[in-house]
Design a protein. Structure first.
Length: 300
């Protein structure tokens, strides 16, 4: 196979993985919305972890030696407390807001990653990243239009979820110094299972047979979304993958309209576009800067 054919094949495979990731994220949102009609938010998180544990027990036995070392266990506990908080806010928002609006506001997460990386890892906030932070907040204002449109307090819940996910991602970056990505995921399901179980007991509601397919879908799609995204990045440059990920917004709008009669306005797409393009431009600028630094450093 020629180099061009190999490149085309990798591109096609990467795009298919991105489509799988988009489908999984939307499926998780729909399943969470359906479950929220009968179950508490903590129950939804608990059952998602139950499904995750079953998958890990079936496929994760080869990770036992690394798990027994319990490397960075305290950091794993902290990361999962933060991530669980983010999942709680996100799942709660899914039940309260149009799907597309939740996902559009979730795109502010790179802003919080940059801020927490500066605070916890000492990473410098470059000019492109600072511009992206400012532009992202402008995008949020375009979506919410405070003082012009009726402000939905639930939007603050989504932003809290994005903040939590941002900090969680920075903690994952720290964890990758001592743990493999697969082990980080395994610790996630085992740590968050008792968290969800204990908190769900305070607001436990009866579970019917009708809930079971949605529970399985929520659990499997939660795992497959992140796995598919990781696989996509093995085949695609981030400059290709990130714009594809933006299609989550119109896809969520379409699904929300077809299933729940939700409508969105042009301001949502405009604000989401500002957020995405600002972070995409910052990514491209930082990648060019890193490439120039490698060129200047020379071989060796």
């Amino acid at each position: 196979m020629s180099t061009d054919q190999n490149g085309d094949a990798r591109l096609s495979i990467g795009i298919l993985w991105m489509i799988a990731s988009l489908s999984s994220f939307i499926s998780m949102a729909v399943a969470s919305r359906e479950l929220s009609a009968d179950l508490s938010t903590f129950q939804i998180l608990f059952f998602r972890s139950v499904v995750g544990v079953v998958v890990v027990l079936l496929f994760g036995r080869k990770l036992l030696p690394e798990l027994r070392r319990r490397a960075s266990l305290k950091l794993n506990l902290l990361r999962n407390a933060v991530h669980f908080t983010g999942q709680y806010f996100w799942t709660l928002a899914i039940a309260l807001m149009p799907l597309a609006e939740v996902i559009a506001l979730e795109f502010t997460m790179p802003v919080w990653v940059a801020i927490f990386a500066a605070l916890l890892l000492g990473e410098r906030i470059t000019r492109p990243r600072a511009a992206a932070i400012i532009a992202s907040f402008v995008g949020v204002l375009v979506i919410l239009r405070p003082g012009i449109a009726v402000f939905d307090p639930a939007a603050l819940i989504v932003l809290l979820a994005a903040i939590s996910y941002g900090m969680s991602n920075v903690l994952v970056k720290l964890l990758t110094r001592s743990c493999s990505p697969a082990v980080i995921v395994v610790w996630m399901v085992f740590i968050q299972l008792p968290m969800g179980m204990v908190l769900a007991l305070f607001d436990w509601r009866s579970v019917s047979a009708d809930n079971l397919p949605w529970i399985v879908l929520a659990g499997l799609s939660g795992l497959s979304a992140h796995y598919a995204m990781a696989r996509a990045f093995l085949h695609l440059d981030a400059s290709v993958a990130i714009p594809i990920d933006f299609f989550r917004v119109p896809l969520a709008a379409l699904v929300g309209y077809l299933l729940y009669g939700e409508t969105v306005n042009i301001f949502l797409f405009a604000g989401a576009g500002i957020i995405l393009m600002a972070n995409y431009a910052a990514f491209q600028a930082e990648r060019r800067r890193a490439r120039q630094a490698r060129i200047l450093a020379g071989p060796g």
